[in-house]
Design a protein around this ligand. Structure first.
Ligand code: DX5
Ligand code: ZN
Length: 217
């Protein structure tokens, strides 16, 4: 069963908990928390204090934290303390410190994911697959919501699904960026276990109906 992760980057920050609750009531499975440092990506979003507040308001939710930051080892413990369940970092941010970063996130008590940008080949994460809970395939350049889906992500999902079966690994496949009614079925067919959706749900005329359509896939 495909899970839906609502990316709160597109939520109403002035009414964040209520905005998230509305989507959780309609079948959203987890909240995707896009952390941007204005250095690894050309945008700044929010930090651990916002996660702490949201976690206090919605303690039962699974928090899927996507670190688009240059120093994930330094900040992962703050997000773990604030309530993260799973922390995903970008391979491109720490190409020479991947095992150490995985270890630091595990030591902080969280599940671990690696994310790859559209320009990074699927094979780049193969050396780490046996140590991961999740691989996040970006279908847009990280940094902004509301971008157009890049179909090259579909081939990567297929490669990673095949590689997972070949080595009987357990990591989940998540796809992120431009996922909507048209692209979501393609992602599910290509092997995505979790669909991240931001503007397609929070920005929909009827967010509840938008979540229900994705959740029904
Ligand atoms: C982009 C973020 C995505 C984005 C998804 O850097 O990682 O999670 O917020 O937003 P949509 O679904 O609008 O593309
Ligand atoms: Zn994201």
């Amino acid at each position: 069963m495909t899970k839906i992760a609502a990316s709160i980057l597109s939520a109403d920050f002035a009414d964040l908990a209520a905005d998230c609750q509305r989507l959780l009531n309609q079948g959203t499975d987890l909240l995707h928390f896009d952390v941007m440092d204005g250095h690894f990506v050309p945008n700044i979003s929010f930090g651990a204090p916002v996660l702490e507040c949201l976690h206090k308001a919605l303690p039962e939710v699974f928090y899927d934290v996507h670190l688009m930051i240059s120093d994930p080892v330094k900040y992962a413990p703050d997000f773990a303390k604030a309530g993260a369940n799973l922390i995903t970092f970008h391979l491109e941010a720490v190409p020479d410190a991947v095992p150490e970063t995985i270890a630091a996130i595990r030591a902080a008590g969280c599940q671990v994911g690696i994310s790859i940008k559209p320009g990074t080949p699927a094979e780049a994460v193969y050396p780490y697959l046996d140590d991961l809970d999740l691989v996040l395939v970006m279908s847009v350049e990280p940094g902004f919501g509301g971008q157009k889906f890049m179909p090259s992500a579909l081939e990567k999902l297929r490669w990673l699904r095949e590689e997972r079966a070949r080595r009987s690994a357990h990591f989940l496949l998540e796809v992120d960026g431009g996922v909507d009614d048209a692209t979501a079925p393609l992602c599910v067919e290509a092997g995505a276990d979790i669909l991240v959706a931001g503007s397609a749900v929070f920005g929909a005329a009827d967010p509840a109906a938008a979540v229900r359509r994705l959740a029904a896939l």
